[in-house]
Structures are given as C-alpha cells and as structure tokens.
Design a protein around this ligand. Structure first.
Ligand SMILES: [Zn+2]
Ligand SMILES: [Zn+2]
Length: 309
C-alpha cells in the first residue's frame, strides 16, 4: 500500500485474448493462450508479470512479459496444461497491479472458458478365426490407442458375450504393436460357445486406473461357431472355354473361404454335411450350388467367361 501511495501516475491497463482458444480441449493437453496487454498511456510493460488463475483462485502459471520489438503493447503466449478434470472450466488471465518507479499500472484481467473432454480410446479387435470351432479355445488380438497419446500399457479390459455376461478379462501388454503409433495390444484366450451360431461379443476398456480421465470405450466383434473341420476338400477351378486353371477365384464353402492358386486350386478343411458353395471370379459367371461333404474330396469346377463390358 505504501508503494501505491508514492506513485505519481496511475495508468489503466487492458488485457484481451488475441485468439480464441478451442472450446473443447483434451484432459492434460497443452493449450496455447495468446493475450495482448497494454497500458492506456502506451508504456512498455517489459518485464511485468502476467498470471493465469483458475476459478478457485489457484495460480496455474506466471510469466514475465518480454519485449518483442519495442511496440507499445505486449503479446504474450502462455503454454499451459489443461486440467485433468472433465467439464467446464473458467480461467482468468490477470495483469496484477505493478509499479515501476513512480508509475503504477492497475490490475486488469480477462476470463476464458473451455470444456475439458476425457481422452478417447480407440479399440480394435483382429485375428478372429473364421469360423471358430464350437466349444473350443480360440484366440483374438485386442489393441487400444489413446488418441491423445497416453501409454495404455497394462490397460485392463473385459469381454462380454451376446447376453452382456462377462466371459473373460485381460490386460494389454507393455509394448506398442510394431508399425503402429501408440497401439498397445495383447492376445486373448477365449472359449467358444457350444452352439453353431453367429455371436456378437464386446470388448470394453476399463479406464479408471489411468492417471487422467479417459472415456471407457467398447468395440464389438463377431464370429460364427461351427463344428470343427473333419474333411479336406480341394477345389480345382478351370475355364470352361479352354480348360486352363483359373487363379484368384473366390471360394466360399459353408463358413470357410479360400482363393485359388496358380494351379487354380484351393484346399479347405470343412465339417461334413451339406454345405453351400459359391465360386466367383471377375469376368466369369458365379457358380452357386450345394455340396454334400462326406469325406475328403476333390471337386472340379468350370467357370464360364462372361466379361462385363
Ligand atoms: Zn503506463
Ligand atoms: Zn490419454
């Protein structure tokens, strides 16, 4: 107070945001705030202090103004860390009352509001066998990535079945999957249901153990359960016109699929029974028929050329 009385000149100051900050920011991310501070009498405010305080009055940061080019107002960039708590936040950028020699610069401030959103996790499931042998163990691969780049090493997850009943739990590994950016992953053992059906299961990430808030995400995956293969069926595909082998023909036999090789051949392991067979290739007429599989067999198929003009 004593110092304030001694000041011969009292100057008003003003502070404003140069650029609006994004209305939504990620928890714990870096935010750049640009503010302009000036004195009504165009004094240099070089070396003066600026601070940011939160709505509880806690100081987030304090910086000293650095004179860029001798202009009469100062633009300052403050790099600060966003709060970890999701929701609406209001901060105040404050130029506190400061005195240099006999001139006192009065306090000014500006508020800024923004919303903190929890980090998003992107989940992936791959490597699901097709079909899955019923009532047997199978493996899938599960990966997760924080879109804000956090480590998800050891992230716990659960797997829920068609009826939302937990059938497994696990944790992601400690390492990032090679050739990905920040995808933590693991291989998970599962037990297939004993029926023959299409199943839709869900992986759910459990994010409560992470240091900053993350949205708990889910990813669906589906698979068919079927009888385990008992027989080997080799399919040989040739052209009806000249009997040459046709490579890259797609074969669907029951729930199994294959593509023919250079010799026009594909081998599938399938359960016995009456199976639907589809054989298709670009520029050829698709064949669709039932195949009764009672043992190992070789089936010869001729496709008719029919280019699409
Ligand atoms: Zn001034
Ligand atoms: Zn994160």
């Amino acid at each position: 107070m004593e110092e304030i009385k001694k000041a011969e000149n009292r100057h008003k100051t003003s502070i404003s945001l140069v650029e609006a900050i994004p209305s939504e920011v990620d928890a714990n991310s870096k935010i750049s705030i640009k503010a302009k501070i000036s004195c009504a009498f165009a004094c240099s405010l070089q070396g003066d202090k600026i601070k940011i305080i939160n709505f509880q009055g806690e100081e987030i940061t304090e910086v000293e103004l650095e004179l860029a080019d001798g202009s009469d107002n100062e633009i300052v960039e403050l790099m600060v860390q966003a709060p970890s708590m999701p929701g609406e936040h209001t901060w105040k950028i404050v130029y506190p009352t400061q005195q240099k020699e006999d001139t006192l610069h009065e306090e000014s401030s500006v508020e800024l509001s923004f919303k903190v959103r929890p980090h998003q996790i992107s989940l992936s499931v791959w490597g699901i066998p097709s079909p899955v042998n019923k009532d047997e163990k199978f493996k899938i691969k599960i990966g997760a990535k924080c879109l804000a780049g956090c480590s998800l090493a050891g992230l716990p997850f659960v797997i829920l079945d068609d009826n939302n009943i937990q059938v497994a739990d696990g944790k992601l590994g400690e390492n990032v999957l090679p050739q990905t950016e920040g995808m933590y992953w693991t291989e998970q053992d599962l037990r297939a249901p004993a029926d023959e059906a299409l199943h839709k299961w869900v992986v759910q990430s459990l994010t409560s153990e992470l240091e900053c808030p993350h949205q708990t995400n889910t990813e669906n995956f589906s698979f068919h359960t079927a009888k385990p293969p008992e027989h080997t069926v080799t399919i040989e595909v040739t052209s009806k016109e000249d009997h040459t082998p046709l490579k890259d023909a797609y074969i669907f036999l029951g729930l199994h699929r294959a593509v023919t090789d250079e010799q026009g051949k594909a081998t599938l392991s399938v359960p016995g029974g009456n199976l639907k067979m589809y054989i298709s290739k670009n520029d050829y007429v698709t064949i669709e028929k039932d195949l009764e599989v009672v043992g190992d067999a070789t089936v010869k198929i001729e496709l008719e050329f029919s280019p699409v003009l």
